[in-house]
Structure formats: structure tokens, C-alpha cells
Design a binder for this molecule. Structure first.
Ligand code: FES
Length: 113
């Protein structure tokens, strides 16, 4: 058995996700919700660096399910917490599915290569 049933990573350390939402606050909200539900020994919420999907954030990923969320707003967190992390049903409307494995950065026109 793994140490944690679910391991949630929130992109807090990249160049774009933290500008698209207060991802440090996201971590605090999710940790508090997991603790309040008494599931902190089963569900781990971690800060993470860039997932190389920049511009599609704020991004989160849940392992071992390999469920990716993009464009997550603070107002979405309670639904992700209740439906998915505690309830086991991913929030389909927030799924990130670019269809291309690997890096999927949105290249800004003004960004130099
Ligand atoms: S900054 Fe979040 S995926 Fe790159």
C-alpha cells in the first residue's frame, strides 16, 4: 500500500500558474479541507514546480489517478475537494486534456525563444 491514497500537486512554482491564481492559497484551502475531513493521512496536498503546461493554469494533478486539472479557479476548489478528493469522482468540467503527451506550453507571441 502506498503512503498516500491520493497525492495532489498544485503548480505554485512556475512562471504562469501563480499569476493566474493564488496557488499558494489553493494549497492552504485544500490542506485545510482534507484535514477537516480527517483524511490528511490518506490525501497529501503538495506544492509543485512547473508541469510544463504553462499558460493553461492554474494547474493541478492528482496521482496515482493521473487526473489533470487546468484553469482551476479558487471557486472550483470546494467542488474538487468534495467531489474528487473526498468523493472519488473527478470534476469533468475542469479536466485538462490537451491530447498531446509531454509539454503543452502556450507560447506567448511576445516571448523570445
Ligand atoms: S507554470 Fe504551471 S505548468 Fe508551468
Amino acid at each position: 500500500m502506498a503512503q498516500y491514497q491520493l497525492h495532489v500537486f498544485v503548480c505554485t512554482g512556475g512562471d504562469t500558474c501563480p499569476t493566474q491564481g493564488d496557488t499558494e492559497k489553493y494549497v492552504k484551502i485544500l490542506r485545510a479541507g482534507v484535514a477537516q475531513a480527517g483524511r490528511h493521512r490518506e490525501i497529501r496536498i503538495n506544492k509543485a514546480g512547473c508541469f510544463s503546461q504553462c499558460g493553461n493554469g492554474p494547474m493541478m494533478v492528482v496521482y496515482p489517478e493521473n487526473v489533470w486539472y487546468g484553469g482551476v479557479q479558487e471557486s472550483d476548489l470546494q467542488e474538487i475537494l468534495e467531489a474528487h478528493l473526498l468523493g472519488g469522482a473527478p470534476v469533468r468540467r475542469l479536466l485538462y486534456a490537451p491530447g498531446v503527451p509531454g509539454p503543452n506550453k502556450i507560447i506567448k507571441a511576445d516571448k523570445k525563444a
